[in-house]
Design a protein around this ligand. Structure first.
Ligand code: PLP
Length: 374
């Protein structure tokens, strides 16, 4: 008998387990699969972490985080995102992914419905199912922009939450302000809470980022240090929203995480004090390269206005796993789109990597595409 709980079936990756095994056997692959920025944590942030250790700031922090970090974040959220908040309505979490689970645990009862736009960051639906809620998918194809009529049609009297992620992983779509205003209006009309995951807010290439929490108070805004500050391994994120939800999350934090890493929190204070120059032009150049090379090959590139991802339909009606396996034969690692979607025909390309690796990866995609045509 297996001791493993049935909820683990939600994370079933048997569809592409063989593909992943095949990828792991590659020697010196070109990797366009990982969602990590190419930069390393800036020196002054690392030093602040080292200093925190040397000064013995290594014990538990308050469950909601150290006051100086919450103060700095409240200032940032008010001045940059125009989200009304106070240091008390900001809570620090050990990464957004854990933050997502904490928000769900705080607000979802079994049978509540959660609307997730497809394609999605995988934890959104899986963690919702894990806590017993029902996930309702709303496709954003073909533009990767929310279809407001489809969204309205998906709302029922059980809808508790709509999850928004702009700029989006995996499509790179950036939702314009008017779309977010329309979603907020629908949410208000139907008394629905919004979750807005803004972890890629600084990776926007054609438009400007808009925080829906600035116009709709029943929004839980989530953000973190992983991407902009190249701190994925430090595990630090933050959440702001209605005070009763933040209080509930803080209560949960005492049981689930105790506190986020105090060392990472002190490093994050330094990150906010001396913000590293954000390299948006560098990422835009990589986006432009992906766009022009793939468009020339006949791929339709909707999305790709932000973050560092492109989500493409595999050519010649190949499934995502077939295309990913073919890419592996050529020494290239990609992610099968079914990890991010109910559909099985897409692949995700990450251009978080350096431009040389990206060029080599695009060369391989060109070779595969031409070979498939012959
Ligand atoms: N949200 C989105 C949309 C992401 O793409 C990622 C990581 O790829 C995360 C959250 C993870 O954030 P964290 O490192 O804070 O858990």
């Amino acid at each position: 008998m297996s001791f493993i709980a049935r909820r683990l079936e939600l994370f079933d990756s048997s569809d592409f387990r063989d593909a992943i095994k095949k990828q792991s056997s590659l020697k010196n692959p070109v990797d366009l699969s990982i969602g990590v920025p190419e930069e390393l944590t800036p020196e002054h942030i690392k030093l602040a972490g080292i200093r925190a250790i040397q000064q013995d700031k290594t014990t538990y922090s308050p469950a909601n985080g150290i006051p100086e970090l919450r103060q700095a974040l409240a200032y940032k959220l008010i001045t940059e995102n125009h989200i009304p908040c106070t240091p008390e309505s900001v809570t620090i979490v050990p990464g957004l992914t854990t933050g997502q689970l904490l928000v769900y645990l705080a607000v979802l009862d079994p049978d509540d419905e959660v609307i997730v736009f497809d394609p999605y960051y995988p934890p959104y639906p899986h963690l919702a199912s894990m806590v017993g809620a029902r996930v309702v998918y709303v496709s954003t194809l073909p533009t990767f922009q929310p279809d407001l009529a489809a969204l309205e049609a998906a709302i029922t009297d059980k809808t508790k939450l709509i999850v928004i992620n702009s700029p989006n992983n995996p499509s790179g779509a950036v939702y314009p302000k008017h779309t977010l205003e329309a979603i907020a209006a629908l949410a208000e009309k139907n008394d629905i809470l919004l979750i807005s995951d803004e972890i890629y807010e600084h990776f926007v290439y054609d438009d400007t980022h808009f925080s829906v929490g600035s116009i709709y108070p029943n929004t839980v805004t989530m953000n973190g240090f992983s991407k902009e500050y190249a701190m994925t391994g430090w595990r630090l994120g933050y959440i702001t929203g209605p005070q009763e939800i933040i209080d509930a999350i803080n209560e949960l934090q005492q049981y689930v995480v105790m506190s986020s890493s105090s060392i990472a929190q002190h490093a994050a204070v330094a990150a906010l004090k001396h913000k590293p120059k954000h390299l948006v032009d560098k990422y835009k150049a990589k986006r432009n390269l992906v766009q022009s090379r793939l468009t020339k090959l006949g791929y339709k590139l909707a999305g790709a206005q932000g973050a560092y991802y492109a989500f493409l339909k595999a050519p010649h009606n190949l499934t995502d796993v077939e295309f990913v396996n073919k890419a592996t034969d050529y020494g290239l690692i990609l992610v099968a789109g079914r990890a991010f979607s109910q559909l099985h025909g897409f692949i995700r390309i990450s251009y978080g990597t350096d431009i040389e690796t990206l060029r080599r990866g695009l060369d391989i995609i060109e070779r595969i595409t031409k070979d498939l045509e012959n």
